[in-house]
Design a protein around this ligand. Structure first.
Ligand code: PGA
Length: 265
């Protein structure tokens, strides 16, 4: 069975008490039901809350002894490409594993845009993440200007090709790809299912041609409680990377419910 993923990217949001409450609310609901093993649920808090979140999800939080471990996986929003060293302010993949992370987002468009990350650097992060035992969630996507100029296919293909050149097909086959058109991120203007399906099919054929046929491909960009089911009904869409709607337990749980309905066995 194909692996499906609903991942929440909290970005630079929440204070500690808000993060604790959010994960607790999601955890309570999710763990009260049976989530099929082919659906992964991931939360990616800001770095300072990762340790606390991972401990809560492990069931070892609080004074009342050990509770059942959650099925929810803890992830991070970025990692450095080196293991350790003089890189002030950075966090390495082995550190993330050490505090309980299992997934890491790499190459998010906000990292590409505000931190100048290139496909070559992102490929090094993919390699570092996999070496440490993390599953990379690799973001790609075109800007509104590139789409307007009819360059979507070219841009997305180049991103895939360069990532494979630098990281190798095997690395991409062990990763998750998130197609996130920049114009849909945080704008409320989500891609139509047709637009998403078209690019996902392109990504799938590109990955398959390179020898990476197994990579789950997520859609990201203004996914919410209302439109999630439409994406999950699409044959080319294996899940969602959710930003704003992952900051409310109500909407994130509605998206998880939509995934469970779409992909129940
Ligand atoms: P959004 O963000 O759901 O708020 O559009 C998605 C993302 O950036 O991963």
């Amino acid at each position: 069975m194909k692996q499906r993923i609903v991942a929440g990217n909290w970005k630079m949001n929440t204070l500690m008490h808000e993060a604790s409450r959010l994960v607790e609310e999601v955890q309570q609901e999710v763990d009260a039901r049976v989530i099929p093993s082919h659906i992964d649920i991931v939360v990616c808090p800001p770095f300072p809350w990762i340790s606390d979140t991972a401990v809560r999800l492990s069931g070892n939080h609080g004074t009342h002894g050990s509770k059942k471990a959650s099925v929810i996986r803890c992830g991070a929003q970025d990692c450095h490409h080196e293991v350790f060293g003089a890189f002030t302010g950075d966090v390495s993949a082995p550190m993330l594993v050490d505090v309980g992370c299992r997934d890491v987002i790499v190459g998010h468009s906000e990292r590409r845009q505000f931190h100048g990350e290139t496909n070559e650097l992102i490929a090094r992060k993919i390699t570092a993440a996999l070496r440490a035992g993390l599953r990379p969630i690799v973001c790609i996507g075109e800007s509104s200007d590139e789409r307007a100029r009819g360059r979507t296919t070219e841009v997305v293909s180049e991103q895939i090709d360069e990532l494979i050149t630098y990281a190798g097909a095997e690395a991409l086959n062990a990763s998750v790809v998130a197609y996130e058109p920049l114009w849909a991120i945080g704008t409320g203007v989500a891609a139509t299912t047709g637009q998403a399906q078209e690019v996902h099919a392109l990504i799938r054929s590109r990955l398959t041609a390179h020898g990476a046929p197994d990579t789950p491909i997520l859609y990201g960009g203004s996914v919410n409680a209302t439109n999630a089911a439409d994406y999950f009904a699409c044959s080319e869409i294996d899940g969602a990377l959710v930003g704003g709607a992952a900051l409310s337990s109500t909407t994130f749980l509605a998206i998880i419910n939509a995934a469970c309905t779409a992909w129940s066995e």
